[in-house]
Write a protein that binds this ligand. Structure first.
Ligand SMILES: NC(=O)c1ccc[n+]([C@@H]2O[C@H](COP(=O)([O-])OP(=O)(O)OC[C@H]3O[C@@H](n4cnc5c(N)ncnc54)[C@H](OP(=O)(O)O)[C@@H]3O)[C@@H](O)[C@H]2O)c1
Length: 336
């Protein structure tokens, strides 16, 4: 099968489209034909081997996982002897980041519990945008933030992959949502349901008078003191962008001011994928796909995610053989 391989840490330019051996499912695993996969910051960190703690899990000198790609949407092709929930032909989606990645490929084999049935209302392309980013937003708001209807919720970094889902999920829980993003992304934030939008190039929300019950942060560009100022009494600050300040000073603020301030790391599970699927099927969650790429264009997609200014998700759609043939007739410039 074809896969995008990274044998060492480096820039997106080291990525190579190669022919590799197809995975064989173990008894508890399913073999999934990947229809679409999406790019996350996690792929960027794993490719670069930075920040350093990434290497503690991903290989000190060279990557343990040589095919990246966490999010996939596809069709079950084969099932292991102990698989009980899925059968060939089922359309599924899942997050492989806890199981060695591998999504930038034509096939993946992984534990059936990593997958849920694909939302019937979405395409494979849209579905591949969901797993890691939507589950991160869900767990940050619901499990750590304990979001409640009627609360004033602020999303910092509301225009990217995680932030866009955070707006929609906070609205689904009945919150009043203020989105923080740059000028050109404001319209997009309103379209995803934000009640108010703050343009961070014009206004610093930590210097305004308005206070919030819950702040969900995917940027981490403000000090704990600045955030604390705009957090209501007993308010909660949840940061998906890990900061040492939030870890230590946040703990102190929790004790002295009764405000909960914490980092968190999402962990995708089947129940939350199913929850996300339901939100999508009832029309409360709609992925915003900024651009689509082919497997041969993963280098370009990774350069784009590395810039950190996405306005939605970057999705890789696996080509059908006839499309690949057509593509060979064009130059990369013609394809942009
Ligand atoms: N903790 C976890 O479990 C977990 C899971 C997934 C992701 N993450 C982290 O969450 C972060 C975001 O991920 P993502 O996938 O959403 O990334 P992304 O798609 O690249 O989005 C990042 C967004 O941040 C915005 N931004 C940059 N500077 C900003 C500022 N000063 N104020 C407000 N917004 C700003 C950018 O928009 P503009 O162009 O408008 O600036 C961009 O839309 C990453 O650091 C990632 O590592 C954590």
């Amino acid at each position: 099968m074809k896969a995008i391989v990274n044998e060492r840490y480096g820039s997106p330019d080291i990525l190579e489209l190669r022919e590799v051996v197809s995975p064989v499912p173990k008894p508890n695993e399913v073999l999934v034909k990947v229809e679409a996969t999406s790019v996350n910051r996690a792929d960027w960190y794993m490719l670069r081997g930075e920040p350093f703690p990434v290497r503690l899990a991903g290989g000190l000198f060279k990557p343990k996982h040589q095919v990246l790609g966490a999010d996939i949407a596809g069709v079950v092709e084969q099932v292991g002897s102990k698989v009980t929930q899925l059968k060939p032909g089922d359309e599924v989606f899942g997050d492989l980041s806890g199981a060695g990645f591998g999504g930038f490929a034509e096939y993946v084999a992984a534990d059936e519990k990593l997958f849920a049935k694909k939302p019937s209302t979405l395409t494979f392309e849209e579905t591949a945008a969901l797993p890691m980013a939507a589950v991160t937003a869900l767990q940050g708001l619901r499990d750590i933030g304990k979001i409640k209807a009627g609360q004033d919720v602020l999303i910092n970094g509301a225009s990217g992959g995680v932030g866009g889902f955070a707006i929609q999920i906070a609205k689904a829980f009945g919150a009043k949502v203020t989105a923080v993003c740059s000028t050109k992304k404001m319209e997009n934030a309103f379209a995803q349901g934000a009640d108010e939008v703050i343009d961070y190039t014009v206004q610093d929300f930590t210097k305004a008078e308005r206070q919030y019950d819950l702040i969900f942060d995917v940027v981490g560009n403000h000090s704990v003191n600045a955030i604390s100022r705009v957090l209501k009494r007993k308010g909660t600050y949840v940061s998906a962008a890990f900061s040492m300040a939030a870890l230590f000073l946040g703990f102190w603020k929790s004790i002295t001011e009764g405000k909960k301030m914490t980092n968190f790391l999402a962990k995708t599970n089947q129940a939350d994928l199913q929850f996300i699927c339901t939100l999508a099927e009832v029309g409360k969650l709609k992925p915003v796909v900024e651009s689509t790429f082919t497997l041969g264009d993963v280098t370009e997609a990774m350069h784009t995610i590395g810039k950190g200014s996405s306005s939605g998700k970057l999705v890789i759609v696996l080509e059908k053989p006839f499309q690949a043939k057509e593509r060979e007739k064009t130059t990369p410039q013609q394809r942009i």
